[in-house]
Design a protein around this ligand. Structure first.
Ligand SMILES: [Zn+2]
Length: 431
């Protein structure tokens, strides 16, 4: 039950108690005793005195009933939550504008642009501070595909008190070893130096933004701020953005209208089409039953998901092990896609519309390395499954010119005849 709001008499009692203590040295043990002593005085109080306390009660009531003083169940005020929400909206707007700025360099330049991906494996979180057991960084561009990947497995000691079982469960799920107190403590300064070296090869003053999936933004930020605190660096140098937003903007830049909504991109990452790709994890996870959970493997799969769409849209020839996993038979996939397209286009007309028959248009180029290691580019031509056997253009008679005589007028007006009707009436005449 909510506490009743203090009234005018309550504030009168407070002052009364203070006055009695100071002037008459009377100390009341509780408010009940104050009440017993003050009641008569309050009844006899002059209207001006009562008015003073009534005004005070009114002001206090207003002060404590505003939205800024209403609390949520987790002890935070609504004002704080409101402010946080506004800050988040503002940050998202800045992020979107920043990404747009990067993307709008022109289609060709965009294909050369390098992007940094980062992923972390969280062992536990204490008041939004995440204990990280593994992290990976990846660099890719649409043209060159995956260029570099760096993975760090962290012996995350000390484990916060009371979190040992949480960490144990996470380690099992993520395929990591339980942090070992007897081994060396993590060198966060060194990690930070490695990360800065990786993302900023040109040593420019402006570090490029780091992209990660939406649900990993907070853990990545937490990891960066922990490293920055240890190294005395300013964490504001780092920008951590959503990969979903980048992919969405990038896709629509390469092929306008390819993604109607950002949620579509999110679904693609959730689907994780490359989840069973072998040999993309780090040394630690190699051969482990949880190798899918490796941060190196995850960042590679994100990159493959982006490249799988962006390469065809950007007319970039895909290469296995760069734009797609090494075990991908790109020619087979291309053939399959063509077959699927033909199956979806049963009519000759539909096949013509999609440019499938006639063999004039080469399909997506396919790159393969032959035994000598030379790259071969082959173009597979489309072949329609069925083509019209006869030339129907010759069979159909030429439509006669329409004149008033060849038509039967309806009562009142002469209808306008299309060619088809005219043809039929010509047919009848022949019979
Ligand atoms: Zn790993």
């Amino acid at each position: 039950m909510p506490k009743p709001k203090p009234n005018a008499y309550y504030y009168f009692m407070i002052d009364f108690r203070e006055e009695q203590r100071k002037v008459y040295n009377i100390v009341y043990r509780n408010m009940q005793e104050v009440n017993e002593a003050a009641a008569a005085h309050w009844k006899a109080a002059a209207p001006a005195v009562r008015n003073k306390y009534e005004t005070k009660a009114k002001i206090e009531k207003q002060k404590f009933s505003g939205p800024q003083h209403k609390y949520t169940t987790d002890g935070r005020t609504y004002a704080e939550i409101e402010q946080e929400k506004n800050e988040k909206i503002e940050a998202e707007e800045i992020e979107r504008a920043d990404i747009m700025n990067m993307i709008q360099c022109g289609r060709e330049e965009l294909k050369d642009k390098e992007f940094i991906l980062m992923d972390v494996n969280v062992l536990c979180a204490v008041h939004k501070v995440c204990l990280i057991g593994e992290c990976a960084l990846l660099k890719f561009s649409i043209k060159k595909g995956i260029e570099a990947c760096h993975n760090i497995v962290i012996n995350a000691v000390p484990i916060p008190i009371g979190y040992t079982s949480d960490v144990k469960i996470s380690c099992q799920e993520l395929g990591l070893n339980m942090p070992d107190e007897t081994l060396a403590r993590p060198n966060y300064m060194e990690y930070l130096a490695t990360i800065i070296d990786f993302i900023n090869k040109d040593r420019s003053n402006n570090l490029p933004p780091i992209f990660t999936l939406e649900d990993k933004v907070a853990p990545v930020m937490s990891f960066i701020s922990q490293m920055c605190r240890k190294a005395g660096e300013d964490e504001c140098l780092f920008r951590v953005y959503k990969l979903e937003t980048l992919f969405f903007q990038m896709g629509n830049c390469l092929k306008p209208g390819s993604f109607p909504k950002e949620s579509l991109v999110r679904t693609m990452f959730q689907k994780d089409s490359f989840s069973s790709t072998p040999d993309i994890c780090c040394e630690h996870h190699d051969g482990h039953e949880r190798e899918e959970q490796c941060t190196a493997a995850r960042t590679k799969r994100w990159a493959y998901t982006v490249l799988d769409c962006c390469c065809p849209w950007g007319d970039v020839v895909m290469e296995a092990n760069k734009h797609a996993p090494a075990n991908y038979d790109l020619e087979g996939i291309s053939a399959f896609q063509e077959e699927k397209q033909i199956r979806n286009a049963p009519s000759v007309a539909a096949a013509c519309v999609s440019g499938l028959n006639l063999g004039a248009k080469p399909s997506r180029p396919v790159v393969n390395k032959d035994d000598d290691g030379f790259t071969q580019v082959t173009y597979k031509k489309h072949t329609a499954l069925r083509l019209p056997t006869g030339n129907f253009g010759n069979v159909a008679p030429e439509a006669p010119d329409i004149d008033e005589e060849g038509t039967t007028p309806f009562a009142g007006e002469t209808p306008k005849l299309g060619k088809f009707v005219a043809l039929r009436s010509a047919d009848k005449n022949q019979k």
